[in-house]
Design a protein around this ligand. Structure first.
Ligand SMILES: [Zn+2]
Length: 271
């Protein structure tokens, strides 16, 4: 009984800790995105790990001679970022002042991501092979930036820590030794190759589309972008981007449903 009672107390304590760690990273914007999230590590901790990972990626790419080789493409992508990043204010007051960085790695990979804290990477293949327009690049960028604004990676790391803690607690109670949990164990992978949940993807689509529209890029490009993605996934080799971003007809439908909400933002940004 003693063990069971102390286990109950520990569980209650853990539950309180978890409840206390729930927060929302952004305000809802026009599209409404203010779900509460479990967060067990700080933004500062994760941003630091991300900045180190990004620097490593840049130096490796530079070493292979594949970093920012296409000056025109780099100028184009950075110009789009310069219009979108100030619009992050609609969701987070702190975000426009993040240390945003945008770089391009040359290669056939069809990929793009934004690491925590605003470290953006495009792979040239995504732009050149899918012949992305500026509006479509803006939709990809808005979507990736939205993952960073909502801190989906921090949420995933936190969930991994919570799972490890629960396993560790069970193991300790049954005399199996201590479980370990920590940011390092929870996965550097989570920062680059995150497989976001369906809910994360839906949030990123919604927030991203609003960012795109507020920056004066046509949000209808979301429809043509995902149609290109769906077509690319039906070819021989599915794009890397799609391993973390499944191309589904339902995404196109959600974007079409949101267009009446974001088109007025696009129209007023163009005035
Ligand atoms: Zn995504």
């Amino acid at each position: 009984m003693g063990l069971r009672r102390s286990a109950a107390i520990i569980c209650a304590g853990l539950l309180l800790t978890l409840l206390g760690a729930c927060e929302t990273t952004t305000s809802g914007g026009s599209v409404g995105a203010d779900r509460r999230q479990l967060m067990l590590v700080s933004s500062q901790e994760l941003d630091q790990v991300a900045a180190q990972g990004y620097a490593k990626l840049l130096s490796e790419a530079a070493g292979k001679g594949v970093l920012n080789r296409d000056a025109a493409m780099l100028k184009r992508v950075r110009a789009i970022a310069a219009r979108i990043t100030p619009q992050t204010r609609a969701f987070r007051a702190d975000a426009p002042d993040w240390k945003w960085e945008v770089n391009i790695i040359s290669g056939n990979e069809l990929n793009a991501f934004c690491m925590p804290g605003g470290k953006i990477m495009f792979y040239s293949g995504l732009i050149s092979q899918l012949k992305l327009t500026d509006n479509e690049i803006a939709v990809v960028m808005g979507h990736e930036i939205a993952h960073a604004l909502r801190e989906h990676s921090r949420e995933q790391v936190s969930q991994a820590i919570a799972a490890q803690t629960a396993i560790g607690l069970g193991a300790a109670l049954f005399g199996l030794g201590e479980g370990t949990a920590g940011l390092a164990n929870a996965g550097y992978e989570a920062l680059i190759a995150t497989r976001f949940s369906r809910n994360d993807e839906s949030e990123a689509d919604r927030i991203g589309l609003e960012l795109t529209a507020r920056a004066g890029y046509d949000p209808r490009a979301g429809v043509t972008l995902w149609q290109k993605m769906i077509n690319a996934s039906q070819g021989g080799r599915p794009p890397e981007f799609l391993s973390s971003h499944p191309a589904e007809a339902s995404r196109v439908q959600q974007i079409q449903t949101l267009l009446p909400v974001v088109m007025p933002l696009y129209e007023s940004a163009r005035r």
